[in-house]
Design a protein around this ligand. Sequence first.
Ligand code: HAM
Length: 447
Amino acid sequence: MANKSKFQAIRGTRDLLPTETGLWNHVEETAHKVFATFGFGEIRPPIFEPTELFARAVGGDTDIVAKEMYTFDDRDDSSVSLRPEATASVCRAYIEHNMQQLPQPVKLYYMGPMFRRERPQKGRFRQFYQIGAEVLELLRPETPNQFATRHPSLAAPKDAATDAEVIEMVMTFFDRLQLPGLQLDINSIGHDGPDCRRSYIGKLYNELIKIKDHLGADSQRRIGTNPLRVLDSKVESEQPYIENLPHIEDHLCPDCTAHYAELQRQLQLRGVLHRKNWRLVRGLDYYMRTTFEITAKGLGSQNAVCGGGRYDGLVELLGGPRTKGIGFAIGEDRLILSLQEAGKGAPPQGRDVYIAWMGERAYATAVRAAKDLRTAGFSVELPPTELKFGKALERADKLGSRFALILGDNEVAEGSWTLKTLADGSQQKFTEPELLEFLRSCKRLSS
Ligand code: HAM
């Protein structure tokens, strides 16, 4: 129960305390490790960017940009916003740092806070954390144009392998964390051409007009602004009508159809289980072809733990060269919640060694021993004032220490130190080098 004080964390934001940050760090370290095995390097873009960057990339009509950004005027009166997501920033950085000159594709990942002024609820925060990755690849002039409608695209199936590998990477990451009950949904929303998505949207619009009276206010508004988003509706009474709408898969152009088929084959090749979901359209404007979402258990209505997709053309839209892109972002808060619900809590926060010391000589040795043990990588608690051994052992226990090192003046004089295992109360005597070796072997066994 929180204590009332004059100041409290703002609604939708929160403190992550040491009881939880152990798990956060474990998740982030796992991401660093897994992503490195797929050849990704870390990028740390700024927390705020020009508002225009997000408006262009994510789309001015999306909920994120229209309603949810934290925007303010900088001192030069330019409008800046706290980042609601990081794909736009990564594309901006790709252009700004001429990354098209690096060996392609460029594979980047990031982690950090994002900000959206949404209605807070379980799994939905105003400051939340994402772990995301993007693969960007310059479209060389001789490569067939895959996002214009004019040319047949030989590149489509090849790109599907990249999509599948990116999805495989997220699933490997979740697997490493032993997150149970995941569901991967995939879809293709084609490309923005008259023979593909645009023709589908035309048909969808006509059908939506016919069922308009059965839809709620939000969906009715979306018929005019972004008909695809109606498919995203969770409103119960609308479902029977939406379920009967035409499927985009039946209206994709041949290239996008080939790409989608190849994506499924590539996922199969990698043993990645998935479900086709024709209603998965995503709430950001930059997507084309592949979209995907992963849901997890124990999260209630906010159960999407990862979302992503392909966004060829976004870099160009932001003023860069013609570039292909695919990526995802994991909602770290939701991932942590789901891990906790599955009983995969934080690794123990206790100390390896609590040093119970008594006497001036013993204290000098205890200070040195603490330094040596910490250098060797053990976590050590050294009480700053002398405590009776009984009291010190009580504290060691409360802190969840594995061992207590007992150092009195006698032990120091004899050069023989007593190590107590707190779980069973057993004691052993060691010389200093023996002690270090023993602790190392214990650590090896438990890791
Ligand atoms: P997004 O679907 O908006 O996609 O967000 C990705 C994930 O961030 C969601 O699935 C969810 O887990 C988490 N998330 C979003 N909003 C909140 C919130 N208010 N509170 C807690 N978690 C939240 C993107 O952001 C794209 N940039 C993903 C991407 C990268 N696509 C291509 N590359």
